[in-house]
Design a protein around this ligand. Sequence first.
Ligand code: ATP
Length: 453
Amino acid sequence: MDSAAPVDPSSTVNSAELSTIPNGGTEPDTLRGRFSSLIANAMENNPYFAAGGGLMILGTGLAVARSGIIKASSLIYRQMIVDLEIQSKDKSYAWFLQWMSKHPHRISKHLSVRTNYVQHDNGSVTTKFALVPGPGNHWIRYKGAFIRITRERSAKMIDLTNGSPFEIVTLTTLYRDRFLFDEILNEAKNIALKSAEGKTVIYTSFGPEWRKFGQPKAKRLLPSVILDKGIKEDILSDVHDFMRNGKWYSDRGIPYRRGYLLYGPPGSGKTSFIQALAGELDYNICILNLSEGNLTDDRLNHLMNNMPERSILLLEDIDAAFNHRTQSGETGFKSSVTFSGLLNALDGVTSSEETITFMTTNHPEKLDPAIMRPGRIDYKVFVGNATPYQVEKMFIKFYPGEEALCKKFVQATANLNVQISTAQLQGLFVMNKDRPKDALEMIDTLRHSSHVI
Ligand SMILES: Nc1ncnc2c1ncn2[C@@H]1O[C@H](COP(=O)(O)OP(=O)(O)OP(=O)(O)O)[C@@H](O)[C@H]1O
């Protein structure tokens, strides 16, 4: 057969061709040798085979090269690039987005808006919009380094505690610049904490977690709350004494917690005092209202054991836990926190930090004596309606320098022969801002919403 002639690929090899293959060994060797030469011959002489083989080798070569490049680049990536992942459930997530919204050197094409209400020291509230990076890729330049920021939102996963989509922000930069991550996070944290500096953060429960209730509020100052003589000072000195004595508690193996009960009629300043105390101590407040219908024993226990740091726990209306799940005559609520649930939660707080719990009630007669045990309630105080001492202090606070009118006002309130709450007094003074005489003349209006003594 002519070596240059095309060969029908479908043609079979016949015995004559096999006999032309040189044979130099044993029988199997002979066969293998012949077969190899046949293939080589066919490849060499057959242009279809030759072209296909070439392509195959080229393809294989390219595939090997490609996987080599991928492996090499991922190796280089691993060696030279570093990632930081921040998940939306982490505290620093919101801090970072806020930081990013203020960062001047950034390239962002997808932005999201975050609306905040900011309370100023004079009490006014303004709205602030922050343009934070939206889902997608963004680049920033920070201290000379380029950092890529990828914000991803999962379409399938949601945060079960609050129903929001699960998100991740990933920061990527060169390995040599990895220390910048720490600096960015610290900067973001400081900015976030600074915005709450001098303010009180109020947390309320949202499902099983604590959530900030609105924006941090300007601290309420202690002198702005007027309680009867000595009450504020006594509580404050007890709290300070407790906070100084952590070692005393740990040396004796006593849980480091203290419970306070403020009881008395509505509008006497119980909640206001606790807020002012938190401001004085530079603490935040976690407020739980036990008459809330959807609060269960388990949730109460979980929340009390997972409070944000430096917080006072305020349990309002604790008498609600003593309603034994029956209808309340006045408010019609049904509480799902039980008495034993409340006791367990109070006994079970196992924070390593000091735990200060304030409880309030308008109905101390409904409380079971078991709650008065030390460790649950260690200090109780009656915060009542306005005494002459409080009436005088409040009048002068609203109308400084009006001592003569103040005397008349105090006498006039005594003559009314009714119980007046400090909240009612405040209402009258606010209505007659800068008009102390009018306040005196309108004193009879307090009678309508008061209890006769
Ligand atoms: N002793 C007080 N000194 C200054 N302000 C007071 C005082 N008592 C009441 N107020 C004012 O009245 C309003 C209601 O007060 P607050 O909520 O503190 O009362 P409360 O005793 O906690 O009432 P409740 O038992 O209904 O929760 C607040 O605006 C507060 O500023």
